[in-house]
Ligand binder design. Structure first.
Ligand SMILES: N[C@@H](CCC(=O)N[C@@H](CS)C(=O)NCC(=O)O)C(=O)O
Length: 207
């Protein structure tokens, strides 16, 4: 059985958990990180030398980096609806996944840590305000893109990109600050709520 290492509240672990629901894959989850067992533990570093969750163990191999794991599982299951086989179509999905894990992910760190996690290391009001502004600006880009595609982030159909972007939108909605009213984002969120995986690991799965 597939083993997923990482505590259930982690947004990056939840990407993998939601993917398993989309694919109908059974799994076993083992706690690491987030105040459970430290990812600096030598036993964990044998699983992932860079000391980050999630990690999966599948058929004797280890995989880490959340978006890479999402892609691996979809490809393993031949789910070309979630991860297209044609290179050009696939790149349209992957560009959003790459942007999510790099640029987009970097916008929310300060405002999320300060307002939701109440992390005392994030107290700089200017930095928090700048983070919120960048987070909202990125979500506004997504709102415009959704108006263009009409449904999902990489086109009319649900793909792996929606798993990682959808969880990020859930995070945006969790920030307890005034936010712009973004009609397409609200419709997108409602559309994602029709999926069991998002209900379990997005809407009801943590922040
Ligand atoms: N780029 C990595 C980032 C992973 C990451 O930031 N994981 C966090 C949890 S969301 C972590 O390992 N934190 C250490 C801890 O919780 O102790 C990925 O997408 O997998």
């Amino acid at each position: 059985m597939l083993r997923i290492h990482g505590y259930a509240g982690s947004i990056n672990v939840r990407k993998v958990l939601w993917t398993c629901v989309e694919l109908g894959l059974p799994f076993e989850r083992i706690d690491w990180g987030g105040g459970t067992r430290p990812v600096t533990d030598p036993d964990f570093l044998k699983l992932n030398p860079v000391g980050m969750i999630p990690v999966i163990e599948d058929a004797g191999q280890l995989f880490w980096e959340s978006n890479s794991i999402v892609r691996y599982l979809a490809a393993r299951e031949n789910r070309h609806d979630l991860l297209p086989a044609a290179p050009a179509r696939r790149a349209q999905v992957e560009k959003w996944m790459d942007w999510q894990v790099s640029d987009f992910n970097n916008t929310w760190r300060a405002v999320f840590q300060a307002t939701v996690r109440k992390n005392p290391n994030f107290q700089d009001r200017t930095e928090i305000a700048a983070s919120w502004s960048r987070f909202c600006a990125a979500v506004e880009v997504l709102d415009r893109e959704l108006a263009r595609t009409g449904a999902y982030i990489a086109g009319p159909d649900f793909t792996c990109a929606d798993i990682v972007i959808g969880l990020s939108i859930h995070r945006w909605k969790s920030i307890p600050l005034e936010r712009p009213d973004l009609r397409q984002i609200e419709r997108y969120y409602d559309r994602l709520c029709e999926r069991e995986g998002f209900r379990l690991y997005g809407r009801d799965g943590g922040l």
